[in-house]
Design a protein around this ligand. Structure first.
Ligand code: CTP
Ligand code: CA
Length: 224
């Protein structure tokens, strides 16, 4: 009987995951976006579902496809949409993993009509988006809250700063310094840091294997 429980350690658990980029509208035909593919978040969703979790996968625009009957996909476009969806599900989940590459800024005003080109230069004023992860950190109760940090320099220090500032239980540091890690690739090099600031570095691996490492760390923390 214990064997079966060990094989599905997330049975009965609900997991919220954000994935992919967000698109911030400039006018009806243009947006500000980024190169996030959604691969990492979708792989995490699959790993969690494989271990028995009921998964709510809130995804920005992505060509990825969810591959499990226990994954409910919620499609969003902008940071504001993702914020609303995340808050809608957060109270009801046991774990939230925010892997989305959310835009930090959006156009302050969205033009109603397509902006026409002129000879002169064009300036678009940007306003900050809401930080979804930080907002969940402020209201979290029983939930295990996991964030990502994408860094190019002072990686560990910056990641620890985000962990503290956003009131997280775990942060997954994504190293862009290594070739083969990051947005368009199939591999990632991560270090997982917990709230006691213990650092656990992992080898460069496929995103599918990285997802399993992340979910395994979460399983350990849910049990204890
Ligand atoms: N995040 C979020 N909402 C935002 C911005 C970021 O939920 N508006 C989350 C990301 O999904 C990730 C974590 O915050 O889990 C860190 O994102 P990152 O871009 O590395 O950090 P920022 O806090 O945005 O700071 P900066 O981009 O300046 O490094
Ligand atoms: Ca950011």
């Amino acid at each position: 009987e214990n064997d079966i429980l060990d094989k599905l350690p997330l049975k009965g658990k609900k997991v919220l995951i954000t994935a992919g980029p967000t698109y911030e509208a400039i006018d009806p035909v243009r947006f500000i976006g980024n190169h996030s593919s959604g691969k990492m978040g979708f792989a995490i969703a699959k790993s969690a579902a494989n271990l028995g979790a009921e998964v709510f996968l809130i995804s920005g625009p992505s060509h990825q496809q969810e591959q499990h009957s226990s994954i409910k996909r919620i499609d969003v476009v902008s940071a504001e949409d993702m914020y609303k969806a995340a808050h809608q599900y957060f109270n009801d989940v046991d774990v939230a993993i925010l892997s989305a590459a959310v835009a930090d800024y959006k156009p302050k005003n969205v033009a109603n009509q397509k902006i026409k080109k002129k000879e002169s230069s064009l300036t678009i004023e940007l306003a900050p988006t809401k930080d979804i992860l930080a907002s969940l950190g402020e209201i979290k109760k029983h939930q295990l809250l996991v964030g990502f940090a994408l860094e190019t320099n002072n990686e560990i220090e910056n990641a620890k700063g985000k962990l503290k500032r956003k009131n997280l239980d775990l942060i997954v540091l994504n190293s862009l310094q290594d070739k083969g890690a990051g947005f368009a690739t199939n591999t990632n090099k991560i270090t997982i840091i917990d709230k006691n600031l213990n650092e656990k570095p992992f080898e460069l691996k496929s995103k599918v294997d990285v997802a399993e490492d992340i979910i395994n760390e979460i399983v350990l923390r849910i049990k204890s």
